[in-house]
Design a protein around this ligand. Structure first.
Ligand code: HEM
Length: 437
C-alpha cells in the first residue's frame, strides 16, 4: 500500500502552532475534524503527529521502545532533570521503576491511610473555621503535605520553603525555555535549583541518622537500592527522582481533587447518591477494604478523570519509521497520544460533555468497549506509577467530604479551566464550607 504523509499545517516558522496547542483545549479535536484520524503540526519547533482516539493510543503505547520513546517539551525536560524516572528510558527506566513501585504496593498503601487521615483532619477543620475559601491553593497544600509525609517523611511540606518553590517551578513548566531573570522559565529554573538544595539537605539528614529508622518510604527505598553492579543511586539521581515524585505526587492530584469538588457541587443528584453510598457504609471505618466497596464512588472518580483529566496527553519521539492507517510516520518527528481528546470522543462516550458516572456502571461500561479508551493514567510501560496512590488519596478524601461536610460554589467566580500545567478553575474554586447539618 502506498503511504502518504499525514495532512496538516506546520504553522509559523519555529513556534509552529505551539501557542494554539497550549491555549485551546480542543486543539486536536478541531484538527481531527478537518484532517481525519492522523494529522501533523509543528510544536516546539518539531514536526508532531497526532493519532486519534483509543486506536491511536494503543499504537503509541504498545510500541513504546520499538517506534516511540519518551520525550517531553524542552521546558519540562530541563525542569524535571535528565535523571528522573519520567525521562529515563530502556534498562535504567525498568530498573528504577522496579525500585519505586515498591512504595506503591498494596501493603505500602495500607500503611498510608492513617497519615492521610491525620492530615485530612487538620485541613478539614481549618476549612470549617474559614467558612469561605479559595479551595485550589488549599488543596495544593493538602496534597503536597501528604506527598512529603508519605514519600520522604517530611512533616508540613507545604509550609516549608519547598512548598513555595514548587509553585514557581510548576508555573514555568510548559513555557518557552528561555532562561532569563524575568521569564517564567527563568524563574522556574531558579526554583528548581532551590528545590534541589532543599532535597539534598533532606537526603543528607536521612543518611546522617545515627540509628536509621526504617521508614520504608520512597526515599528509604531509593537510598538502599543497588543496581546490577551493586552501586547505589548517585546523589544527582536521587535529587531528580525525589523532585519528580513530589511534583507528580501533588500537582495532578490537586487538579483531580478540585475537579471532583467542582463537579459534585454542580451535580446535586450525583452528590446525593454518593452520600447515600457513604451512609450505607457509615458503620465501617475508612480503610482499603471499605474503600473497595464504594462502587458508585469508583464510577464518579472515573468520570471526573474522564471529563477533566489532569494530564492531557503524552509526548513521544519517533525512533523508527513506521506506518499508521496508511500514513508514514518518520523517525525524528514527535508524536502525541491523547488523553483529553480520547475521553471526549462521542463514538466511545455518547454526549461526551455530560458528567454522567453511570456510563461506567456494569451495564454500560463505556470505557471497556475498546482498549486504551479511558487513559487518565496513560498506559503501557510508562503507565503512571502512582496510580493506586492517587486513587487511594482521592477516594479517601471524597469519602471524608461526603460523610461529614458540605460545600457550595460561591457566586461571581470564573469556573472556566486554565489547563496549563494541569486544569484548574480560573478563580481557584471559591466555596462556602461547613460541617454537614
Ligand atoms: C506518569 C497521570 C498521580 C507519579 C504519569 C502518566 C500519566 C499520569 C498520564 C504517563 C505520562 C506519559 O505517558 O508520558 C497521573 C494522574 C494522577 C497521577 C492523572 C492523579 C490523579 C501520580 C502520583 C505519583 C505519580 C500520586 C507519585 C506519587 C508518576 C511518575 C510518572 C507518572 C513518576 C512517570 C512514570 C514513567 O515514566 O515510568 N502519570 N498521575 N503520578 N506519574 Fe502520574
Amino acid at each position: 500500500m502506498v503511504q502518504s504523509l499525514p495532512p496538516g499545517k506546520l504553522g509559523l516558522p519555529v513556534i509552529g502552532e505551539t501557542i494554539a496547542f497550549f491555549t485551546d483545549r480542543e486543539f486536536a479535536i478541531k484538527r481531527h475534524e478537518r484532517y481525519g484520524p492522523v494529522f501533523k503540526t509543528n510544536l516546539f519547533g518539531q514536526t508532531t503527529v497526532f493519532l486519534q482516539g483509543a486506536d491511536g493510543n494503543r499504537f503509541i503505547l504498545t510500541n513504546e521502545t520499538k517506534y516511540f520513546q519518551i520525550s517531553w517539551p524542552p521546558s519540562v525536560e530541563q525542569l524535571l532533570g535528565p535523571l528522573s524516572l519520567a525521562l529515563q528510558s530502556g534498562h535504567t527506566h525498568v530498573s528504577r521503576r522496579k525500585i519505586l513501585a515498591q512504595a506503591f504496593q498494596p501493603r505500602a498503601l495500607a500503611g498510608y491511610v492513617e497519615a492521610m487521615n491525620v492530615i485530612s483532619d487538620r485541613y478539614l477543620d481549618r476549612w470549617v473555621q474559614q467558612e469561605t475559601l479559595t479551595w485550589y491553593p488549599e488543596l495544593r497544600d493538602y496534597t503536597l503535605d501528604i506527598a512529603c509525609k508519605l514519600l520522604i517523611g517530611l512533616d508540613d511540606g507545604a509550609a516549608m520553603p519547598l512548598g513555595h518553590y514548587y509553585e514557581d517551578w510548576s508555573t514555568g513548566l510548559f513555557s518557552i525555555p528561555l532562561n532569563l531573570p524575568w521569564t517564567a522559565f527563568g524563574k522556574a529554573f531558579r526554583s528548581r535549583e532551590k528545590l534541589l538544595v532543599e532535597i539534598e539537605q533532606l537526603i543528607r539528614d536521612r543518611q546522617a541518622q545515627a540509628t536509621p529508622v526504617a521508614k520504608n518510604d520512597a526515599l528509604d527505598l531509593m537510598l538502599s537500592a543497588r543496581d546490577d553492579d551493586g552501586e547505589g543511586l548517585s546523589l544527582e539521581e536521587l535529587k531528580d527522582q525525589i523532585l519528580v515524585l513530589l511534583f507528580a505526587g501533588h500537582e495532578t492530584l490537586t487538579s483531580a481533587l478540585s475537579a471532583l469538588c467542582l463537579l459534585l457541587a454542580q451535580h446535586p443528584q450525583v452528590l446525593a447518591r454518593a452520600r447515600q453510598e457513604q451512609q450505607d457504609l457509615a458503620d465501617q471505618p475508612l480503610n482499603l477494604e471499605t474503600l473497595k466497596q464504594m462502587l458508585y464512588l469508583d464510577q464518579i472518580l472515573k468520570e471526573v478523570l474522564r471529563v477533566i483529566p489532569p494530564v492531557g496527553g503524552g509526548f513521544r519521539s519517533v525512533i523508527q519509521d513506521c506506518e499508521y492507517q496508511g500514513y508514514q510516520i518518520q523517525k525524528g518527528w514527535q508524536s502525541l497520544y491523547q488523553i483529553n481528546a480520547t475521553h471526549l470522543d462521542p463514538t466511545l462516550y455518547p454526549n461526551p460533555q455530560e458528567f454522567d458516572p453511570d456510563r461506567f456502571d456494569a451495564d454500560r461500561a463505556e470505557d471497556k468497549q475498546k482498549p486504551f479508551a479511558h487513559v487518565p493514567f496513560g498506559g503501557g510501560l510508562r503507565e503512571c506509577i502512582g496510580k493506586e496512590f492517587a486513587r487511594l488519596e482521592i477516594k479517601l478524601f471524597a469519602a471524608r467530604l461526603l460523610r461529614e461536610y458540605q460545600w457550595e460554589l460561591l457566586p461571581d467566580q470564573d469556573l472556566d479551566l486554565v489547563v496549563i500545567p494541569t486544569p484548574k478553575p480560573k478563580d481557584g474554586l471559591k466555596v462556602r464550607f461547613s460541617k454537614l447539618q
